[in-house]
Each structure stands twice: as C-alpha cells, then as structure tokens.
Design a protein around this ligand. Structure first.
Ligand code: SF4
Length: 348
C-alpha cells in the first residue's frame, strides 16, 4: 500500500527505510537527491535499478499532496492550492522579486490562533501538517521556477511554532547539503508570539531568522486582535525574544499589520517603540490586505489610509527604529499576507 511519503524523510530515515529492504546505504543518498531535485516518479530515477524502483513503487509514495489549483497574479506571484490527506487543504505562494524567488509555506490546515484580520484565522483549525506536507509545498513552488527558490518565509497558513517538530524536520530536509541545500540563513519563521515556541527555538533551533507578528504592543488591544493565543504577557514575550537574540545574535523583524483606525495612532507607535527598546529589530509595516467579511468588534475592517501609514512610520522612525513597508505582492490572487484560505474544493 502506498502509505509512506518519502518527501518527508531525512537522509538518515531513508537509509533506515532502505536498510529494511536490504538495500545498501548509498541508495538512500541517490533517492534523497532525486526527491530533492523534484522527481515525481520512481520511474525517472534510472540509477536506482529496476528492482529497487519496483519495490519502492509497491511500498511507498513520493508525495502525499496534490496540487489542485494554480493562480498567477499580474505581479508574478503564484498561489498553489494543495489537497492533503483527510480532506484538508492548504495554500502556498511563490513570490518573485529582483530575479529571486521566495517560497511562502504553510504549517497548519487552518489556524487555532484566530487573528481577526486574517482569512486563515477565520477558518478555524483542522490539523497540523506533516513534515512531508511542508516539504512538498516547497518542492512544488521550486518546480515552478526551475529550482530557483532562494528564500523561504514560513508565513503561510497556521502558526509555525505550534507545529515546530514537523517544521524543524521539513527545514532539515530542505537545507540538507546532500539534497536541495537551501541556505539556513535564508529562512524566516514568523510567529504570532508563542512564548514556549520562541524559547524552544532559542534552545533547539532551527537557526532561522525570526519575525514576530506584534501588530500592536498595547497588550489589551493585542489580546482582542490575536484572540486564540490567549492572554499573552508582552513582558514575558519580550523576555523570550531577548533570550532568543542572546543565542542567535540576529535582528528580529516586528511585523505590524496596520488596520485602519484601530492600531495606527500615536499611542500604538509609542507602545511599539517601548517594546522594541533593548532588542535589535526592524519593524515591517504591512498595510492590511483586504479580506471580505472580516470585522473587529462589530465593525468591518478596512485598510489604513495612506496618511495613517505615513504617520505611523514617521513616529517610529523619529524614535530611531528601522522601518520597512512590505510591498503587496500576490494581492490580486488573495495570496498576500493574511489573505490565504480561499481553498480549493475539498469535496466536503
Ligand atoms: S496571522 Fe498567522 S497566526 Fe494569525 S490567524 Fe493568520 S495564520 Fe494564524
């Protein structure tokens, strides 16, 4: 029965797997290299030998998900809808910029955190993705640009730090020098602020860049905007970031989704400046990408006016913070930040 997705196995696991078939160790390295190069069938792995290819065909599958939908934006961004086992579905996005390609990967089907401004959050939570399902998103996006993905942002559907084990394994596979060998320094993990997860990242890695979706540093407002995370003490959150930075010595990106009339005022800017004090940060301002039907305490959400964004940015910069404003790639296909969740039909 084809019940093992080999795309989710590390080289060491493949060695064990093939050992169980009485195959030699070097075969695992060949198989791992083929999978990392995006092979879609055992038939094309000519150097494996016919009998091994046959055994693999009978005992396992290369991948566990299927691409059900591909949408391309005028700006070049491509969004994939993938069907997973058990009726789940996720989206992943390829973002081209300046001749480079970034893969935006999902880690959960739905999301338990439920940020009010995020389409994924409005779907509820179905389940964690397996390492194979995360690796497969990468392989599909990499194939779209002839193997030229250079960066990964784990900013798609789901909270990565609530599925850290699978994510760690997936990134180990993608960055393995015997396989695709993507640079670890070109991976960014974005969290809504899972304190235990940040602590675990500090201790055990992966050694990737870290982005925190702070949105607002006014604790009460933040608790109402990022509901499912439960009450999060910003002091504890900051302490976790300080410890992470002591270990990893890298700048932290503070992502701030600006919601018109909600978190764009002087008080919000001051709170963010206080939060950032003592950390090495860059603030990434993201004007909210519209998602129909989302509201906050009875009022429909709206993007910030240009003047609100400009004011907020000025306040931060005049306090000495480094600030960037994220471009809105993928917006035409609902593939921009916070818009993922227009899933392919799962037949349910
Ligand atoms: S912004 Fe991230 S953490 Fe929040 S609901 Fe969306 S996917 Fe989940």
């Amino acid at each position: 029965m084809n019940n093992v997705a080999l795309a989710g196995m590390t080289l060491g696991e493949l060695e064990q797997f093939l050992k169980g078939m009485n195959e030699q160790k070097f075969r695992a390295a060949q198989l791992f290299a083929w999978i990392s190069r995006g092979a879609r069938s055992f038939g094309e792995m000519r150097d494996l030998g016919l009998s091994l290819r046959k055994k693999l065909d009978e005992s396992s599958a290369l991948r566990s998900s299927v691409v059900a939908k591909i949408e391309t934006d005028r700006d070049g961004a491509v969004k994939l809808g993938l069907l997973l086992g058990g009726g789940a579905a996720v989206e992943a996005v390829l973002l081209p910029a300046n001749g480079r390609y970034t893969a935006c990967l999902s880690t959960q089907a739905g999301c338990p955190v439920g940020c009010v401004f995020c389409k994924t959050g409005s779907l509820g939570f179905l389940r964690n993705l397996s390492a194979a399902e995360i690796v497969e998103q990468f392989l599909e996006l990499d194939a779209l640009c002839a193997g030229n993905v250079s960066n990964i942002v784990v900013m798609g559907m789901g909270e990565p730090l609530l599925n850290l084990e699978a994510l760690r394994k997936a990134l180990e596979i993608i960055t393995s020098p015997e396989g695709r060998g993507l640079s670890k320094r070109r991976i960014t993990i974005s969290t809504s602020g899972i304190i235990a997860g940040i602590a675990e990242l500090a201790e055990k890695g992966p050694d990737a860049e870290l982005a925190l979706s702070i949105t607002t540093a006014r604790e009460d407002l933040r608790g109402r905007l990022i509901k499912g995370a439960g009450p999060v003490s910003l002091r504890d959150l900051k302490n976790a970031l300080v410890r992470w930075q002591q270990k990893h010595r890298r700048r932290i990106t503070l992502e701030t989704v600006l919601l018109g009339g909600i978190n764009t005022g002087g008080e919000d800017a001051e709170a963010l400046v206080r939060f950032a004090r003592g950390l090495r940060t860059v603030v990434n301002i993201i004007p909210w990408n519209p998602v129909e039907g989302l509201s906050f305490e009875g009022n429909a959400l709206v993007p910030p006016a240009q003047s609100e964004t400009a004011f907020f940015r000025r306040q931060l910069e005049s306090a000495g913070l480094n600030v960037t404003c994220r471009f809105r790639r993928g917006r035409g296909i609902s593939g921009a930040c916070g818009q993922l969740g227009a899933l392919p039909d799962t037949g349910k």
